[in-house]
Design a protein around this ligand. Structure first.
Ligand SMILES: Nc1ncnc2c1ncn2[C@@H]1O[C@H](COP(=O)(O)OP(=O)(O)OP(=O)(O)O)[C@@H](O)[C@H]1O
Length: 482
């Protein structure tokens, strides 16, 4: 039988865990503080500690010395505290209140993980005599190798600037945990790449990573796509179907553009997170699923909560860990490093010899503002490769619009200016193209409409709206956190 010590103040919701864990056969003891726990028990006799963060912050370094592995739970969760807590040795960091299943799952994971580490340690001890006689080089696992190479020129995510280094360090810390991660960054900054890195570096990497762009699925289909449906659940549902969440069972589900998820689907998703089970549209019974959820958005979800466009309870579920990807224009020398890599790729793709990357090309790239970030850079370089002569790429062939080239003007100022222009003339001037009209309408209305409302007003699907934004490089509304 495993012995667990809960250390939490009287008012903490963590005390509930006592009855849940006892019901599952764990032997549980409770203390109000580390001081009290040390006074009445030998902490080394316990297999695991569940600690309310309030008690952890009050503990002295001596009280934390030689204590069993711990899971830390927090009524005021935050990224900085989470990272600090994990770096101080916590196995998991979870928000409070939590539900019995989430807690049990993490308790079991932590106990199993500790056991396997103990097994490895004892094997290493046995091997150590041999090691002294003939030193062996232990190769790093493929996963460790991959984690060390994050950011390098040959990695899928290139970046060496301090904000990217910080991001990689956070990725390494959270990848192995099962916590829900919210990735924030402007369009084209690499959110999907980060989600993939988290999956590849996790213990779920031999199971599927299912990526879903919530903005690209028509609103009336989103629930059945995600959650599946029963036969006859709606017109056209001629047979029962599993949804994408079920397809991610035991793996990772990446929901991109989570801010575009309609409210009804948000309620269903919340249930998946709370209960660990999924109910198909039209079904009575639920099925258990085990997924690690990663979400991404360029939107200010808190602002959407205030406008009642996003559920507050879901927001707090998603916001356990936040990873922020800086816009390309703030990455200094990384821009050239990424550009060279993209040039190489584009040359290969178009069967061209590696074209010379000269100074004026580099200057043009570094001077541009890149509102569409790495995706825009990728497209511009591909254009330049196609249009340039025999053996060198020419800056002019990047075809980047000059109104974006001022580094001084901030992205926010640019969007504000564009919106101001759009608002000051509510009808487009004569001679504008359909694309201009489209751009004008989106920029002048996006501050007061959701993507669904915008698409509806334009008489197109959300998928088309999303695709045309990418094509025309129309930035989304700037949020205060960017
Ligand atoms: N740091 C990077 N190094 C190299 N390539 C990158 C980097 N970041 C992004 N890319 C490339 O840029 C493109 C856009 O990346 P990705 O789709 O991950 O962005 P995103 O933030 O998810 O975009 P959106 O918000 O529009 O869905 C991809 O082709 C990706 O491979």
């Amino acid at each position: 039988m495993h012995h667990i010590m809960i250390i939490s103040p009287d008012h903490s919701p963590l005390k509930e865990a006592d009855k849940w864990l006892s019901r599952y056969g764990f032997q549980v003891n409770l203390s109000h503080s580390f001081e009290q726990a040390h006074k009445f028990y030998e902490l080394k006799d316990f297999d695991l500690l569940l600690v309310d963060n309030d008690c952890l912050t009050e503990a002295t370094p001596q009280q934390l010395n030689n204590t069993p592995p711990r899971i830390v739970l927090d009524t005021k969760p935050g990224l900085n505290i989470a990272v600090q807590t994990m770096s101080l040795g916590a196995k998991y960091y979870l928000p409070l209140p939590t539900d019995s299943e989430t807690l049990l799952k993490h308790v079991i994971d932590a106990l199993e993980n500790t056991q396997s580490q103990a097994d490895i340690a004892s094997e290493r001890n046995q091997d150590s005599k041999l090691a002294k006689e003939a030193p062996l080089l232990f190769a790093r696992s493929e996963q460790e190798e991959q984690s060390m190479r994050l950011g390098y020129e040959d990695s899928t995510i290139i970046g060496r600037c301090p904000p990217m280094e910080e991001l990689f360090s956070d990725i390494r810390k959270v990848a192995s945990t099962d916590v829900t991660v919210l990735i924030r960054g402007e369009s084209g900054t690499g959110k999907e790449l980060v989600a993939k890195a988290l999956h590849d570096l996790s213990k779920r990497n031999n199971k599927p990573l299912i990526s879903v762009n919530c903005a690209a699925i028509p609103e009336n289909l989103i629930e059945s796509e995600l959650f599946g449906h029963e036969k006859g659940a709606f017109t056209g549902a001629s047979s029962a179907r599993d949804g994408l969440i079920y397809a991610a069972d035991h793996g990772t589900l990446f929901l991109d553009e989570i801010g575009e998820l309609p409210l009804e689907a948000q309620a269903r998703l919340l249930r998946v997170l709370q209960e660990g089970e999924i109910r198909r549209v039209g079904a009575v019974q639920a099925t258990k699923v085990d997924i690690r959820l990663i979400t991404a958005t360029h939107r200010d979800l808190m602002d959407m909560v205030r406008r009642r466009q996003f559920r507050e309870d879901l927001y707090y579920r998603l916001y356990v860990m936040e990873l922020i990807i800086p816009p390309l224009r703030e990455r200094g020398d990384d821009i050239s490093m990424i550009a060279k890599n993209l040039l190489e790729k584009a040359c290969k793709k178009h069967n061209r010899p590696l074209l010379a990357y000269n100074k004026s090309f580099d200057k043009a790239i570094r001077d541009h503002h890149w509102p569409g970030n790495v995706r825009e850079l990728e497209n511009a370089i591909e254009r330049a490769v196609i249009l340039s002569p025999a053996n060198k790429v020419e800056a002019a062939n990047l075809k980047i619009s000059s109104r974006h080239t001022s580094q001084a003007a901030s992205h926010a100022q640019q969007i504000e200016k564009a919106q101001e222009e759009a608002r000051s003339s509510m009808t487009p001037s004569t001679g504008t193209t359909l694309d201009d009209y489209f751009k004008h309408f989106v920029l002048s209305h996006q501050h007061k409409m959701t993507e669904t409302q915008l698409a509806h007003s334009l008489g197109i699907s959300r998928k088309s709206l999303w695709e045309r934004r990418q094509k025309l490089g129309i930035p989304r509304q700037v949020t205060e956190n960017k």
